[in-house]
Design a protein around this ligand. Structure first.
Ligand code: FES
Ligand code: FE2
Length: 392
């Protein structure tokens, strides 16, 4: 149980908030790269509580600016792209990817007024079929070289989930919540488990489970009745490593979250996609109506991610942790909260939190990708490939 102040401190993501400042020390994926096209070269995005526009100039440069024009506040997502950048639709103030103002067409020709204007801009990189942004103090660190993201002896595919309509911490706490798999997902994650009863699900197949801090986050280890041992880490702060993938959660604001999976398929599993593109599996809405929340929407429960979304969203827009009753099985959640507070404090002291890497030549970080593919729930390579139908 937390106090209301502690709950706010851990959940809020806007500029100047404790967790918001911590999360601004990391690169976050903000959009699927293939969704930004010459036909649709601007995209409004809210990330970490800030309203932004992602755009691609006709020269192919990609920028991320604050959405409201410095002139009189019109959304730049309606702007026109050209070779030099993005021009506001209202009076044509033209910004480059660094946020420099290059033109103010209605001002006198001899005026240097535009030199005094700077639109807030953030650095963007493309990796694994995603655009990533860094919204913190410069210099920016490196995107962590987790093997799943950085290995080049294979290919990536993405799973794009519907918008999660609740606070990001609910999803992250789930990532260290070992036991829910055996209750919530009892019909869908079978793997030879026996269901004892609908109430107990498959939990009696679990002989022992542990969560402990490791170099990069928290490792979850499970020992099953058949002797199989499975372990995978939560990579601090917002990345769950499991099987051949990472589940990535990016706060949109305090009550909405962007969720995307990055999968890595080693070349040994079969041929790469012929076009060299990064396939994207866009999931159908998990609830009906899709733009409503509990109790005004009903979640479907016919896939694992949909079941998780039901659990996270029905906890409330921001789970009220002053009213919870934690048991011994919630110790992973307590551990994550302790790490979160500790890393928030580091940032407040001017230090880098964990998993901020500054060496551009640092090595690829081994997260036991090969082993986790082998022990994967469905066995073999079949489960690591994208579904055949694009929108399955
Ligand atoms: S509001 Fe953008 S140019 Fe005037
Ligand atoms: Fe789950």
């Amino acid at each position: 149980m937390l106090t209301a102040e502690e709950n706010d401190m851990m959940t809020q993501v806007g500029p100047g908030t404790p967790a918001g400042e911590l999360l601004r020390r990391y690169w976050h994926p903000i959009a699927i790269a293939a969704d930004l096209t010459p036909e649709k070269p601007t995209m409004f995005l809210r990330r970490l509580g800030e309203d932004l526009v992602l755009f691609r100039s006709t020269k192919g440069e990609v920028g991320l600016l604050h959405d409201r024009c410095s002139h009189r506040g019109v959304s730049l997502s309606y702007g026109r792209v050209e070779e030099r950048g993005l021009a506001c639709a209202y009076h044509g103030w033209l910004y480059d990817v660094q946020g420099n103002c290059l033109e103010t067409p209605a001002e006198p020709k001899e005026s240097n007024f535009c030199l005094t204007v700077k639109q807030k801009a953030y650095p963007v990189q493309k990796l694994a079929g995603l655009y990533w942004a860094y919204m913190g103090p410069l210099p920016a660190p490196e995107i962590p070289k987790w093997d799943v993201w950085a290995r080049t002896d294979g290919w990536h595919w993405l799973r794009a989930l519907p918008q999660l309509d609740c606070n990001w911490l609910q999803a992250m706490e789930n990532s260290v919540d070992t036991t829910h798999l055996h209750i919530l997902h009892q019909e869908l994650v079978t793997d030879g488990f026996k269901i004892t009863s609908t109430t107990r699900g498959t939990i009696d197949n679990l002989v022992k489970y542990e969560t402990e801090e490791c170099e990069y986050g928290i490792v979850k280890r499970r020992v099953f009745g058949d002797g199989k041992v499975e372990e995978h880490p939560l990579l601090f702060p917002t990345w769950l490593r499991q099987a051949n993938r990472t589940q990535i959660r990016v706060p949109i604001d305090d009550t909405h979250t962007y969720v995307v999976y990055v999968h890595f398929v080693p070349d040994s599993a079969g041929p790469r996609p012929a076009d060299g593109e990064v396939p994207v599996n866009y999931r159908k809405p998990f609830k009906n109506p899709p733009d409503q929340s509990h109790p005004f929407a009903r979640h479907r429960l016919d896939e694992v991610d949909a079941q998780d979304f039901m659990a996270w969203e029905t906890q409330g827009p921001v789970h009220d942790r002053t009213r919870e009753r934690l048991g011994t099985s919630d110790r992973g959640i307590v551990l994550y909260r302790e790490m979160l507070v500790r890393e928030i404090k580091k940032v407040e002291q001017g230090l880098d939190p964990i998993n901020v890497f500054r060496d551009p030549n640092g090595p690829i970080i081994d997260t036991h990708l090969e082993e986790s593919i082998k022990v994967g729930k469905a066995g073999g390579f079949a489960h690591i490939l994208p579904p055949k139908a694009a929108n399955n």
